[in-house]
Design a protein around this ligand. Structure first.
Ligand code: PEP
Ligand code: MN
Length: 338
């Protein structure tokens, strides 16, 4: 249920309503808008008639049910777009945010060379996996903490923010010590223990869509993180599995406007995993911006032919620089900046 407070409701009135929500056994989530405060009361749907009684409390304007199953993620609870703040960086604001870097962190020279190049080209977040979720147990699994240290080194030199994946709830705190944004990969999109854990840890989360999850399931996954009190979630469309095998996955750009309608959370697009081939990355990156994405996640490597993972879909540094140049007029055409 959504408890809508009157414009100008006093803080004590808000606190009394929160107390009552919790006495009734619900979790309260307070969303302070510019006009008014609304509260999501989330919990067992069966008791919602009792929440209706809050209507008579001072300062309360109305009580309305949340129709979508994803409550806190829905535009019903929060019509205004969420801007996720990562230090001084905003995701979901007017600027389009570009996150770029290799699939896996491999060496100091690889990370520093990539970080310098993507920063010079206009990216603001450096990516790179230190813990890799690989389809085969025999493939490179990542450098673990040594990889996190290399990301930290690249951040110290360039000032870029760091996004890196966490694959296991046991490593979440360690990864959070180094990362600015915790990535949940497609293969873990419905790992509910991991989703709850990153919700508790509280750092901003980049949640990738599972390759076989519907948009509703994707938003329910985000709801797991939000329901732990972590509202700093960025969604990432990275391609789904279809019958088409000319590309690695099918980048579902329909999801961008659909998500923008259903949720207030920022949405970014990953054309690297979405296509699986470097030649298709630039056109689909542009398409992502054109259809309303708040940012892009792009794999970039100084020597893709030597990459430990996803070399085929990684852009060389110069190709990435050129793509960023080509994106500029497009970003302006959709009323944003880069
Ligand atoms: C990655 O970002 O390198 C990655 C493993 O992505 P996904 O989880 O989308 O496959
Ligand atoms: Mn990858």
């Amino acid at each position: 249920m959504i408890i809508v407070m009157k414009t100008g409701a006093r803080e004590e009135q808000i606190q009394e309503v929160i107390q009552r929500i919790e006495e009734l056994g619900y979790k309260s989530h307070v969303i302070r808008g510019t006009q008014r405060t609304v509260m999501g009361a989330v919990g067992d749907e069966r008791g919602k008639a009792r929440l209706q009684s809050l209507e008579s409390m001072p300062g309360v304007e109305s009580i309305v049910p949340i129709l979508q199953p994803f409550k806190l993620a829905s535009r019903e609870v929060k019509p205004a777009k969420t801007v996720v703040k990562v230090g001084d960086l905003e995701i979901g604001g007017q600027a389009v945010v570009v996150m770029a870097g290799p699939c896996s962190v491999e060496s100091e020279s690889q990370m520093l060379e990539t970080a310098r190049a993507v920063k010079a080209a206009g990216a603001t977040v450096l990516r790179g996996g230190a813990f890799k979720p690989r389809t085969s147990p025999y493939s490179f699994q990542g450098l673990a903490e040594e990889g996190l240290k290399l990301l930290d080194l690249a951040r110290a030199e360039t000032g870029l923010k760091i996004v890196t994946e966490v694959v296991n709830p046991m490593d979440a705190e360690l990864v959070a010590e180094y990362a600015d944004i915790l990535q949940i990969g497609a293969r873990n999109a419905q790992n509910f223990a991991l989703l709850k854990k990153v919700g508790e840890v509280g750092k901003p989360v980049l949640l990738k869509r599972g390759m076989a999850t519907t948009i509703k399931e994707f938003l329910m996954a985000a709801e797991y993180i939000l329901s732990e009190g972590n509202y700093n979630v960025v969604l990432c469309e990275r391609g789904i599995r279809t019958f088409e095998i000319s590309t690695r996955f099918t980048l579902d750009l329909n999801a961008v406007p659909v998500l923008n309608k259903l949720t207030h959370l920022p949405v970014i697009v990953d054309p690297s995993h979405g296509t699986g081939h470097w030649e298709y990355v630039a056109p689909m990156a542009k398409a992502g911006i054109a259809c309303g994405a708040d940012g892009l996640l792009i794999e970039v490597h100084p020597k893709p032919e030597e990459a430990q993972s996803d070399g085929v879909q990684s852009l060389k540094l110069e190709k990435f620089r050129r793509l960023m140049e080509e994106l500029r007029p497009l970003v302006e055409a959709v009323g944003r900046r880069i």
